[in-house]
Design a protein around this ligand. Structure first.
Ligand code: SF4
Length: 438
């Protein structure tokens, strides 16, 4: 039925970990003859790698699956698969709800994707495997990846999470923490450098609890020594585990970027406790002081959730005060999304939608003013940026990022993606900077 040139349309939702998983699945499928296409109508296989962290992400996927029904009717040989967190959570329900889906693979089974697709090519029969949520193992990553992008890439160092924040579905759909071996991580970084990547981001749900035989700080120092790694980043850090050793590693690093994404999630002790974040506002503030004392050029970003069950106007006012006190460079703000199966979904005093949106707007207003002020402070300074390529809307405008992870736009001359260049900042906006090359 099929020649060697089969087409794969891959749709990825959610976080960077899903991007990395998609790259690995595309690599495995390449080994059995599938090359990536953007053209849905040309696809022999459509694979949706899903997210279930928020209800809106799930709704999008269900909408997408629904739209593929017509495509399947027009092209019965088309194989439709669903992988990732929502596949893990829903399992066979997905097929019950959408029988035109051919297979469902949980997060621990993504390494099986090629075998499953080959068996469906031979015989069309619904296939579901979500049996082993902890199944994502080290050996998986020895396989080649089809990396997207050309300058920056992700290297997962661990999978899963042990923290059980009360709002979060991740520990249930990604299993307990498993760390990859350092030698395997170093080998993958070297391979990425050989492929031309200049910037490496080490990925994990909580990188600071890395336990693959060395500390995360040691791992970071090890990667920093690899020739060709021009910039080194990591995410995400849980405040409870961010060690002095790690702060020292960043401060003394060669190419470890001065940027820490440190999700606080909320700015009042009462809500932090209900979220099971196991630190206090005071402790977080002391950590920020310590980081800034050791790494003066650091930029700090965070995640915040508004509308968590039980949130009062007083809690919210404390959070606004907290934002003003910390002065984050940027914050990613989210409305609490009730996830069935998590403790917080059963908490009393769920907040109504109107209040959630009102508080989100107020929160963003405060943070946007701070971000703008921080960016304005960079006017007339000269910064080194790593050129990423043409902007999405104008090929005469190129984009790059500072070591502190700020996006900079500049008029394109002879620069190429992957170049490290100096730019003078001439305009500052809330989410980006504009500059001229020197
Ligand atoms: S640390 Fe908390 S928020 Fe992050 S993945 Fe684990 S449970 Fe979810």
């Amino acid at each position: 039925m099929r020649g060697m040139d089969k087409k794969l349309k891959l749709l990825t939702y959610g976080c960077q970990m899903n991007v990395a998983d998609s790259e690995r699945m595309a690599g495995l499928l390449k080994q059995i003859g599938y090359s990536l296409t953007e053209d849905l109508s040309a696809a022999d296989l459509i694979l949706i790698n899903t997210c279930c962290v928020r209800g809106t992400a799930e709704d999008k996927v269900f909408g997408q699956i629904g739209r593929f029904k017509t495509l399947k009717r027009e092209k019965p040989s088309l194989i439709l698969g669903v992988a990732g967190c929502m596949a893990q959570k829903e399992g066979a329900n997905l097929i019950k709800r959408a029988p035109h889906v051919d297979f469902v693979l949980g997060t621990g089974q993504s390494c099986e994707v090629a075998r499953v697709v080959q068996s469906l090519e031979r015989e069309r029969k619904h296939f579901v495997d979500i049996s082993n949520v902890d199944g994502q193992t080290n050996s998986l990553d020895a396989t080649s990846r089809c990396r997207s992008g050309q300058v920056s890439t992700f290297v997962p160092i661990m999978y899963g999470c042990n923290n059980f924040c009360t709002y979060c579905i991740v520990p249930y759909v990604r299993g307990r923490e498993r760390s990859r071996k350092p030698e395997e991580i170093f080998a993958e970084v070297k391979q990425a450098v050989t492929e031309g990547f200049k910037e490496i981001t080490l990925l994990g749900q909580n990188v600071n609890s890395y336990s693959g035989g060395m500390t995360f700080a040691e791992l970071l120092r090890g990667v920093d020594k690899i020739a060709g790694v021009e910039r080194l980043r990591f995410m995400t850090s849980h405040p409870k585990d961010l060690s002095d050793e790690l702060i020292a590693a960043i401060a003394g690093g060669k190419n470890i970027c001065e940027h820490i994404h440190l999700p606080v999630q909320y700015g009042s002790d009462k809500i932090l406790q209900r979220m099971n974040r196991v630190y206090t506002v005071e402790k977080y503030l002391r950590l920020v002081e310590k980081i800034r004392a050791a790494i003066p050029a650091v930029s700090l970003t965070t995640d915040l959730i508004v509308g968590f069950p039980g949130e009062t106007e007083e809690d919210f006012a404390e959070t606004l005060d907290f934002l003003r006190a910390v002065q984050f460079d940027a914050a990613f703000t989210f409305i609490y999304s009730k996830r069935t199966g998590t403790p917080a979904a059963t908490f009393d005093n769920q907040i109504d939608e109107e209040t959630k949106h009102r508080r989100l707007d107020a929160l963003m207003k405060v943070q946007n003013a701070i971000s703008l002020e921080k960016n304005r402070a960079m006017l007339d300074s000269t910064v080194e940026i790593l050129v990423e390529g043409a902007s999405k809307t104008d090929d005469k405008i190129f984009t790059g990022r500072t070591r502190s992870n700020k996006l900079v736009l500049f008029a394109h001359g002879s620069e190429r993606a992957g170049d490290l260049i100096d730019v003078k900042i001439t305009q500052a906006q809330t989410w980006l900077l504009k500059g001229i090359t020197l």
